[in-house]
Design a binder for this molecule. Structure first.
Ligand SMILES: N[C@@H](CCC(=O)N[C@@H](CS)C(=O)NCC(=O)O)C(=O)O
Length: 211
């Protein structure tokens, strides 16, 4: 199988890049990494030359591009089904796909009002309105998952899967802004920060790169 190239933004702040990185790490393939700084100055020309949509993450493989985090997860799922990118059970898999898709297409208030900056701590903004709705909905999703699947393992659906990759940046947002979480959800956040691929990303992220 030919080599993969992963194109990403600054690790401290590029939340979508983190999802693509977690997917390729779970695949366990060799890959080259190209980091295009998005901040303080975005290299637009370089980004547009390397990615069809001008967005990260993008994977290049066999001369073709996969330029969206969820599509990247699905690509690796199809290439390496034995890595269990999704739960094996049909109904649990449908649940996992729903919560991953909900993250991928939603939570705009959380994303704009609590940008990810892995190594930073911030004062928590007032949690009202759309931000409150987003946070409450995420807590509800995580709580339901932990209640239903905790007997299978410490991740949202027991075993680590694409749903965890999609919510990993949310974990860092909650930690950076000090969002109050009930114990089972705080424990889930800790499990994510201790995942080996996450630890590698944290270690590589430059604290000086800020949103
Ligand atoms: N839906 C896309 C979103 C990708 C995205 O918006 N990435 C941001 C960085 S975190 C980006 O490339 N920004 C550069 C730009 O918008 O010009 C995905 O899931 O990959």
């Amino acid at each position: 199988m030919s080599k993969f190239t992963l194109i990403i933004g600054n690790k401290n702040i590029s939340s979508w890049s983190l999802r693509g990185y977690l997917a390729i790490k779970q695949a366990g393939v060799d890959f080259d990494e190209i980091l295009i700084p998005l901040r303080p100055q975005m290299d637009r020309e370089k980004l547009d030359a390397l990615t069809p949509a001008g967005k990260v993450p993008t994977i290049k493989h066999n001369g073709k591009y996969i330029w969206d985090s969820l599509a990247i997860g699905e690509y690796f799922n199809e290439l390496f089904p034995e890595k269990l990118f999704w739960p094996a059970d049909l109904e649990i898999r449908a649940h996992a796909r729903c919560v991953a898709a909900e993250m991928h297409s939603g939570f705009a208030a959380l994303r704009s009002m609590m940008p990810m900056a892995i190594h930073s701590k911030f004062d928590c903004p007032e949690i009202t309105g759309d931000l409150q709705k987003d946070i409450e909905r995420i807590k509800q999703i995580w709580t339901e998952c932990r209640e239903q699947y905790s007997d299978k393992g410490p991740y949202l659906f027991g075993s680590y899967c694409i749903a965890d990759m999609m919510y990993a940046p949310v974990v860092f947002r909650f930690l950076s802004y000090g969002v109050d979480l009930p114990k089972p959800l705080a424990e889930y956040c800790q499990v994510i920060t201790e995942h080996p691929d996450m630890k590698q990303w944290i270690n590589d992220a430059d604290p000086n790169d800020l949103a």
